[in-house]
Design a protein around this ligand. Structure first.
Ligand SMILES: [Zn+2]
Length: 360
């Protein structure tokens, strides 16, 4: 068949061996199509990302609202909204607290095993940090010492009373054999409600952060329930003495270092909570109580060195514990020789004498 005949029969040219049909390729169109496709995919991806982002974004918003609600409710004010919490930053609490960093100067207090860590430094750092936190919330804070100096307990109590503070917190570190651990707080043995509230709020707050052992709120003086720590005797306002863990226990020291800011925050919050609960200030921080807030514990009169109840009765004249001052000077950190509450005063008193020797 000739090509002519083939064409007539099939309407096209015959394909010969080695000859390929030439297909016209429209490269320009393909390129344009590819560009359009890429643009389309790019657009779709961008669109999806925008949608996902929008969904995720609204999710974040809702979770941050939840977080805020949780943190507010953590402060046991479940009815406060997010707006209130932002307002809280502007709240200025109108009360005075006196913080007493235990020991100072040549009196280093207790020390750890290495002999490098001193109680006076831990207490000063902690009080300074609490002061910063409270001052940021408008609280007036007096420190019994502003640097590394030694004050007598007499001077500490006078400074506290002169500051007209509504609350007083003395901070110490405990010391004993290594097995003793945890936090305990001491309150006047007349068990005044206001002082007990302050102590239990502090202990609860610290316990919530995490302490090695909760050694409770205790009354009187270790081993001598009939006596008091001088700072709980001669201060007029609700007071307590915090033994912030044993400096002789590695785990207690580790916890203090790890939770340093959290402990400071917790104690600052507990102090504000107490001021509110005692009605010194309202929820907004405005002052409710007129004049200095006084504890119901017998009030010490420095002129006569006597103690008076609210009714003006003299409770005890001077001689409640003639040695108390001396003991307190050396023994704000008496090792607790037993884990249980001090029920056997005689045993404890003997142990304290031993302890005094070790603490020095
Ligand atoms: Zn101490």
């Amino acid at each position: 068949m000739t090509d002519e005949e083939f064409r007539e029969k099939y309407g096209r040219d015959p394909v010969k061996p080695g000859q390929h049909t030439k297909v016209k390729v429209y490269w320009d169109r393909i390129i344009i199509a590819l560009i359009l496709l890429i643009l389309l995919i790019f657009g779709i991806v961008k669109g999806i990302m925008a949608i996902v982002g929008a969904i995720k974004g609204s999710g974040d918003d809702s979770s941050s609202v939840t977080d805020a609600a949780v943190s507010v409710s953590d402060e046991s004010s479940p009815d406060e909204s997010e707006d209130d919490s932002s307002q809280q930053e502007n709240i200025s609490y109108q009360f005075i607290v006196c913080l007493d960093p235990g020991h100072g100067g040549e009196d280093g207090g207790a020390t750890d095993k290495s002999g490098k860590r001193w109680e006076k430094d831990d207490t000063f750092k902690m009080c300074t940090r609490i002061k910063e936190i409270l001052e940021a919330k408008g609280v007036t804070v007096a420190l019994t010492r502003n640097d590394d100096v030694l004050l007598s307990l007499e001077e500490i109590c006078t400074a506290a009373n002169d500051s007209k503070a509504d609350l007083f917190v003395s901070i110490h570190r405990n010391s004993a054999e290594e097995k003793f651990k945890g936090v305990e707080i001491w309150v006047n043995n007349h068990e005044p409600e206001s002082d007990t509230l302050l102590a239990s709020n502090l202990l609860t707050a610290l316990d919530r952060v995490g302490i090695n052992e909760n050694r409770n709120v205790n009354y009187g003086f270790i081993g001598e329930p009939q006596s008091n720590y001088q700072v709980n005797r001669q201060t007029h306002m609700p007071s307590c003495l915090v033994e912030l863990g044993f400096i002789t226990n590695d785990k207690d020291n580790e916890l203090l270092d790890k939770n340093f800011d959290a402990y400071a925050e917790a104690m600052a919050d507990a102090i504000i909570k107490t001021a509110k609960e005692l009605g010194i200030v309202d929820e907004q921080g405005s002052r409710l109580h007129e004049g200095q807030y006084l504890s119901t514990k017998p009030q010490w009169d420095p002129a006569t060195n006597t103690y008076h109840t609210e009714d003006g009765d003299v409770v005890y004249a001077d001689a409640i514990d003639p040695n108390a001052e001396d003991k307190n000077l050396k023994r704000t950190d008496i090792p607790a020789q037993q884990d249980t509450q001090q029920t056997d005063a005689n045993t404890d008193a003997t142990q304290q004498n031993n302890a005094d020797g070790t603490v020095g």
